[in-house]
Design a protein around this ligand. Structure first.
Ligand code: AMP
Ligand code: ZN
Length: 127
């Protein structure tokens, strides 16, 4: 197989990472999308009528690290839009908590897709 010397090395899965477990299928999750690059599943503690997390299959810590593979970041945003269109009216908030002081609790980059918000009075508040 030809290697692209400019592409960053794919990080190994982290055995202690819950989202690596969901990607591998060893941790149960309510999947709404899966492809070769990203997996999306419903948040355990939803803050909106539609609250889905989209994660790259590769273990990268946060969105700054994901920016090293911009095609994956772009694909993740595209999938977020598809989910909002399929499960709500197409409009959505996309949140990347980045760093523990910003509320990131799972250190495998994930986008919160929040949609269907206009249908309720709910305040997504702190994610
Ligand atoms: P953050 O605070 O941005 O790191 O968000 C982590 C999110 O992951 C929280 O909203 C949790 O509710 C959610 N979460 C943690 N474990 C799981 C899990 N096993 N399945 C689905 N969502 C999870
Ligand atoms: Zn991981």
């Amino acid at each position: 197989m030809t290697q692209d010397a400019s592409a960053p090395a794919a990080p190994a899965a982290d055995p202690d990472c819950v989202f690596c477990g969901i990607v591998a299928g060893t941790v149960p999750a309510d999947l709404v999308h899966a492809d070769d690059t990203v997996v999306a599943f419903r948040d355990l503690a939803p803050k909106a009528p539609v609250h889905v997390l989209v994660v790259p299959r590769e273990h990268r810590r946060d969105v700054r690290e994901l920016a090293a593979v911009p095609e994956t970041l772009a694909h993740l945003v595209d999938v977020a839009g598809q989910i909002a269109a399929d499960l709500a009216d197409g409009d959505f908030r996309l949140v990347f908590n980045t760093g523990e002081n910003a509320g990131q609790t799972v250190l495998h980059v994930h986008a919160h897709v929040l949609a269907g918000i206009a249908q309720t009075e709910s305040d997504t508040g702190e994610l």
